[in-house]
Design a protein around this ligand. Structure first.
Ligand code: UDP
Ligand code: MG
Length: 318
């Protein structure tokens, strides 16, 4: 039987953890896989720690990873992925918003040869209007300026095959935006839409600050556009310098040059010219920083995909 790792980050989820675990075990009861349930306790300060220890005593499939403090959802997911060893790793939230009943469907798709099964949260009453609005805005921005396309509504609820888990582990970057990283690695992927139910209990652990941090990580690790703004502004200023020169020349040609305030033309021209050159130099520095940034991220230059057994075998038959 194949091994499956379930990775569940939890942060102060005392109200929901027992409920969630009951729902999860019911959902995976009849599935023919060996499950390891990784609860990554992201520095909870409430009774979550105790509850997880109690649960682990009743269910041998549970492994608890205790982070030393609250490192955040993405770090907790990474801790789980780093420890996973099965054929498939499935990450899901511990609040029931990523319905465990979908695990069966995720595994079915994985068996048909997909390496990444990314779920897509459909708009529904389960999430607040504010969350939906900020999420739409965010995906629009990141897909406009980023080089990797990220499915709007992609949640951290997905199945990854072993080779994809290894690929993600080969990306040592510190600021981790897993949705983007998973989109970046490629491989055979498919999207599974689902309706998000409301939280089973408790409140959202994603504070506004955490949401802002996550979007910053996404924008700055997947786009160099902000660094290049300087160049565009510089070119714009040089263009203005040119327009100003033509403007002044038009006065000179028509013999009305004395209508301009003395000194205005030369001062304006120099300001625009120098400003333009300065902005362009800043932009050039930005480009170099962009290159340095790409280098320090240390992402692999390419990844090789091992075809699944049930991939098209036509070409190998000889
Ligand atoms: N979470 C975490 N660390 C954090 C914040 C959240 O591990 O710093 C977990 C949380 O316990 C939950 C999941 O990440 O299992 C998603 O968080 P939440 O449901 O609060 O986010 P929302 O659904 O409101 O976006
Ligand atoms: Mg939630």
């Amino acid at each position: 039987m194949k091994n499956v790792d379930l990775i569940i980050p939890v942060y102060n989820e005392e109200e929901v953890i027992d409920l969630f675990h009951a729902k999860l075990t019911a959902a995976i009861k009849d599935l023919p896989y060996v499950f390891t349930i990784w609860y990554v306790n992201d520095g909870s300060q409430d009774a979550t720690t105790q509850k997880l220890a109690d649960l682990a005593r009743t269910d041998a499939r549970i492994q608890v990873v205790e982070l030393s403090r609250n490192f955040g959802h993405q770090a907790a997911l990474t801790a789980g992925l780093d420890r996973s060893h099965g054929d498939y790793a499935i990450s899901l939230d511990g609040d029931g918003q990523h319905p465990p009943e979908l695990i069966a469907e995720l595994l079915k798709l994985a068996e048909s040869g997909y390496d990444i099964i990314q779920t897509e949260r459909l708009d529904a009453g389960g999430t607040s209007a504010f969350k939906r609005w900020t999420s739409t805005l965010f995906y629009r921005l990141i897909n406009r300026i980023g080089s990797t396309h990220i499915t709007p509504g992609a949640a951290d609820f997905r199945l990854l095959s072993r080779q994809v888990v290894e690929a993600i582990r080969g990306m040592p970057e510190y600021h981790r935006f897993l949705r983007g990283m998973v989109a970046w690695v490629g491989y055979k992927s498919v999207i599974l839409p689902y309706m998000p139910p409301p939280r089973m209990a408790g409140k959202s652990k994603y504070s506004l600050k955490k949401m802002v941090n996550l979007s910053m990580d996404a924008v700055f690790s997947f786009s160099l556009v902000p660094l290049y703004i300087g160049i565009s502004l510089g070119l714009l200023m040089l263009l203005l310098a040119l327009v100003e020169m033509i403007y002044v020349l038009s006065f000179w040609v028509t013999g009305n040059i004395s209508n301009l305030a003395p000194g205005w033309s030369s001062l304006m021209f120099i300001i625009l010219l120098v400003g333009g050159f300065l902005m362009i130099s800043i932009g050039v520095i930005g480009v170099y920083i962009g290159y340095i940034f790409q280098e320090v991220k240390g992402r692999p230059v390419y990844l090789v995909r091992e075809p699944a057994e049930n991939d098209d075998k036509g070409s190998t038959a000889d």
